[in-house]
Design a protein around this ligand. Structure first.
Ligand code: SAM
Ligand code: F3S
Length: 442
């Protein structure tokens, strides 16, 4: 029987991607197969997130829950990776001595080696260094599952927003060489992948070395090259930073039809005072001007964003400005959270923390406003026709199919199974609260 790996992932898309890579690395090195049952596993990994406090505390709670499995299987390996590992390092082994390996987002490719050393020495292994872009060179080729795939093109962040731990846990921005990215996407397209999502903490800060020379390609150049690739029909990217939305990148929305009409562009707040305290590097007006230029290039562009509610010093007036921005831009979705002070970041020492009850009330108001806009945008889609990827059978009624629109809505419609994995034209016939109904257009 094959040996089994269980991974619990917390946090963002980057962590989801890293977890898939951990599985690839351990499959290639020792044939481990993924299981969804920790009690059945030979290796248990926690891929952690420290962006907000709750995510961090959950890790120790969940670690406690698998501890007893070691008594049943002394050979069981328990590992902690991701941003909490990166911040806490050896302190994790101190607090939870049954942990065998601790590794950071940039050292996950060394997992087989760390596990082997743990087994040879009997001592817990900790490696949370930042060995530049080495990680990319040591990952096995991606295993293709289905018509869409993720490709990490850069790592880390050099923006140092005053509230955020990412530059400390993932390191500064490092881009993957241009040719490596092209080769990986071409391989994926050869294996039938039709849609790629380019990933990075600040993906539009991408500056990949071209060939042997000193010349660097930006995201716009990468998108231009990928657009020429046969077989590839859709390109997405996330997450992007408003400050890196260059004119060349904006022009891509006019020039490259394969680029989807959806963009996640975190704004965080609509108040210039708060944006300055966050060190975001733009004003609300500058953000809106970027949006106006994007929509001039691609009128149907749908926008989603990240918001931090109740940053230290946020007044009612500041919050109203955020609400105003949400209406002005017509955001269609959000990742929105109450501000959480992160140890070691400048904002953790700022005065005027907002009371929890006020923060919660603001968050609810913001989220219901965005939900209303989402529903209104769904209504507006009724009667339109869009080319979309058929992702599989519908979950409720398996006689039907499910497809995903550019702006991430599920559309259910009647159709034959052989359409799965293909792009087809579907006309939207009705908008429900969490999905759309449609019909095939021949
Ligand atoms: N690169 C992106 C950008 O341009 O802002 C964001 C990446 S960050 C890891 C993901 C999101 O987590 C942020 O956009 C922010 O909304 C949220 N976040 C980060 N630190 C936070 C904190 N201390 N409290 C609450 N939310 C936080
Ligand atoms: Fe964090 Fe700001 Fe970078 S939110 S990931 S420091 S852009």
């Amino acid at each position: 029987m094959s040996r089994k790996l269980y991974i619990r992932t917390f946090g963002c898309q980057m962590n989801e991607y890293d977890s898939a890579k951990m599985a690839d690395v351990l499959h290639a090195a020792s044939g481990l197969e993924i299981t969804d049952r920790p009690d059945n596993a030979d290796v248990i990994l926690f891929n952690t997130c420290s962006v907000r406090e709750k995510a961090q505390e959950r890790v120790f709670h969940d670690l406690g829950r698998v501890r007893h499995l070691k008594a049943l299987n002394p050979a069981l390996v328990i590992g902690v990776g991701g941003c909490v590992a990166s911040q806490e390092g050896a302190a994790i082994v101190k607090r939870a001595p049954y942990v065998d390996v601790v590794f950071g987002p940039q050292t996950l490719h060394r997992l087989p080696e760390l596990i082997a050393r743990r087994q040879a020495t009997g001592l817990p292994q900790v490696d949370i260094s930042f060995p530049e872009v080495e990680k990319f060179d040591h990952l096995p080729p991606p295993r293709v599952e289905g018509p869409s795939a993720f490709v990490s093109i850069m790592e880390g962040c050099s923006k140092y927003c005053t509230f955020c731990v990412v530059p400390y846990t993932r390191g500064e921005e490092v881009s993957r060489p241009f040719d490596d990215v092209l080769t990986e996407v071409a391989d994926l397209a050869d294996q039938g992948v039709k849609e790629v999502t380019l990933l990075g903490q600040n993906v539009n800060a991408y500056r990949g070395t071209m060939g042997q020379g000193a010349e660097k390609a930006d995201l716009a150049t990468l998108l231009e090259y990928l657009s020429e690739m046969d077989g590839l029909e859709r390109i997405r990217y996330m997450t992007s930073h408003p400050r890196e939305m260059s004119s060349r990148l904006i022009e891509c929305y006019a020039a490259l039809p394969k680029l989807v009409s959806q963009l996640h562009l975190p704004v965080q707040s609509g108040s210039d005072r708060i944006l300055a305290a966050m060190k975001r590097g733009y004003t609300a007006l500058e953000y809106k001007s970027t949006v106006r230029r994007l929509r001039a290039a691609r009128p149907e562009l749908s926008l989603s964003s990240d918001f931090i509610i109740a940053f230290p010093g946020e007044t009612e007036a500041d919050f109203e400005q955020t609400m105003k921005l949400i209406e002005d831009v017509g955001f269609d979705g959000s990742y929105s959270f109450v501000y959480s002070p992160r140890p070691g970041t400048p904002a953790a020492d700022f005065a005027d923390q907002v009371p929890a009850a006020v923060a919660q009330a603001r968050l609810s108001r913001l989220q219901s406003r965005i939900e209303e806009q989402f529903a209104a945008n769904s209504q507006r889609m009724v009667g339109t026709t869009e080319s979309m990827l058929v992702t599989g059978r519908a979950t409720k009624d398996t006689r039907e199919l499910a497809a995903r629109t550019d702006n991430n809505r599920v559309v259910n419609f009647a159709g034959a199974g052989e359409l799965v994995g293909r792009y087809i034209d579907v006309r939207i016939t009705a908008a429900l609260s969490h999905s759309l109904r449609g019909e095939l257009v021949y």
